[in-house]
Design a protein around this ligand. Structure first.
Ligand code: ATP
Ligand code: MG
Length: 431
């Protein structure tokens, strides 16, 4: 036997039952985004490695240990499978001069790649919906993006997703805080883990983001950035909170929330659930005013968020949301050469009317074909034998009659078939 080849660890196949569930989710996502005026972008999955190093920051989990990077064997260019979407989005915005005339509300949806330890809710290939607004400086857009989240949870029928909010101030304010933070962690050096000691002088803020429970107590006692903020940063933070309060949206301020990427400033937030175990962050975002310039563009403010699709779908399932079975309308059963030729034309004719048709392929007796028709879940079987073909008719058989409707088959002229099916479907919907 030839050995089977398996998918890469942490990279999952999404099979039809699951994929239909994804399609429905994406439909909801696209109409929700459209209702806020966001427009789609489709971006490459591979980008030059320096893009992520510059955007995300060298001393971050992603750049230090999670990127799938490789050298293009044809031209030696360092490339990386995108670990997140913001960097590529900003690169594209700069490259195509998208915000020269007016600010933009943009979104994208797709695979991201991170070399992490696979576990529930954490994969090496996963999907994000990324939402970015570029060119808006004020707290109004931050707040609007947060309210968008709240509306989506509602649209998806999800409850108990809570909001944690913080501000990271501006780089100069962070520098003050950083010095104090280093002094504090130096005093507690023995309590730090390896990552913490390594980041002490390169990126001490990141220690606050540690997932190591052993560090919890010293992190809680650490100096707070908010005590170093000036009036403008505080006013921006207050501006965001004001809109949230006006909208009646509850939130919790978490001074230790720093986010895993370097590009954030001012507003940062996460949406959390306690129903998915350890991987409870379903959405995270904030402002990144420095990034456009950092990637070579004319300075422009920006803010955005990304949602983990796998985690949201797990949550929808957990809340009892099920996929609608993708219903097929008609299964065409046929036998005999004249009948089969007519059947192929009938199937195409029904599709002309917008009716979904499974055409039986592979021959077999009427009995085996009818079994397949039954198993397909089709609402009707259209049966064509030589008898029907000679008369220019078909037999129409309802497969899953609703309520009192009798399960009787009828002979219908080929020309009347589409109408008969459509009016029967409409009748079923009415009853
Ligand atoms: P975490 O703290 O869980 O590692 P993160 O801060 O690295 O998350 P972001 O970079 O902010 O995550 O990505 C936004 C969202 O994408 C996360 O909130 C999460 O829902 C999802 N996500 C991130 N990494 C993964 C992964 N490896 N597998 C599945 N979903 C993920
Ligand atoms: Mg991570």
């Amino acid at each position: 036997m030839i050995a089977k080849i398996q998918s890469v660890r942490g990279m999952n196949d999404i099979l039809p039952d699951e994929a239909e569930f994804w399609d429905q989710f994406e439909e909801t996502i696209r109409s929700w985004l459209k209702s806020y005026g966001y427009r789609p972008l489709r971006l490459p999955i591979v980008e030059p490695t320096p893009l992520f190093k510059r955007a995300i920051g060298e001393v971050t989990d992603i750049v230090e240990k999670e990127m799938y990077s490789f050298v293009d064997s044809l031209n030696g260019e360092p490339l990386t499978l995108r670990p997140e979407g913001t960097a590529g989005c900003v690169r594209a915005v700069i490259q195509h001069n998208l915000i020269a005339q007016q600010p933009q509300r943009l979104y994208y949806l797709g695979q991201m790649f991170r070399h992490e330890r696979p576990q529930k809710g954490r994969y090496r290939q996963f999907h994000q919906v990324g939402v970015e607004a570029l060119g808006f400086p004020g707290p109004d857009i931050d707040a609007e993006q947060i309210l968008m989240g709240a509306r989506l949870w509602d649209d998806l029928g999800l409850e108990g997703i809570t909001l944690q909010l913080n501000t990271l101030g501006q780089p100069a304010e962070r520098a003050c805080h950083r010095a104090e933070l280093i002094r504090y962690f130096e005093e507690h050096k023995e309590a730090l883990d390896d990552d913490g000691r390594r980041r002490l002088y390169t990126n001490p803020l990141r220690i606050l983001d540690s997932k190591n429970p052993a560090l919890h107590d010293i992190i809680v006692g650490a100096p707070r950035l908010i005590d170093h903020l000036g009036v403008e940063s505080l006013a921006h933070f207050e501006g965001v909170q004001q809109v949230l309060r006006d909208a009646g949206l509850p939130f919790q301020i978490n001074p230790r929330l720093v986010r895993g990427l370097d590009y954030y400033n001012l507003t940062v937030y996460e949406w959390l659930t306690d129903r998915l175990g350890a991987q409870g962050t379903v959405c995270a975002g904030g402002r990144y005013d420095g990034l456009v310039q950092q990637l070579g563009g004319k300075p422009a403010p920006a803010c955005g968020f990304a949602m983990g699709v796998e985690r949201l779908l797990a949550l929808i399932r957990e809340a009892g949301g099920e996929a609608r079975a993708a219903a097929i309308d008609v299964y065409v059963v046929h036998q005999g050469s004249a009948a089969s030729r007519l059947a192929a034309r009938v199937a195409e004719g029904l599709r002309d009317h917008g009716i979904d048709v499974l055409f039986h392929c592979g021959g077999g007796s009427f009995k085996t074909q009818m079994k397949k028709a039954d198993a397909s879940g089709a609402a009707f079987a259209v049966i064509i034998g030589d008898d029907e073909a000679n008369a220019g008719e078909v037999t129409l058989k309802p497969m899953h009659p609703l309520g009192e409707q009798p399960n009787e088959q009828t002979r219908v002229r080929v020309d009347d078939l589409a109408d008969a099916i459509i009016s029967s479907i409409l009748n079923q919907e009415d009853s």
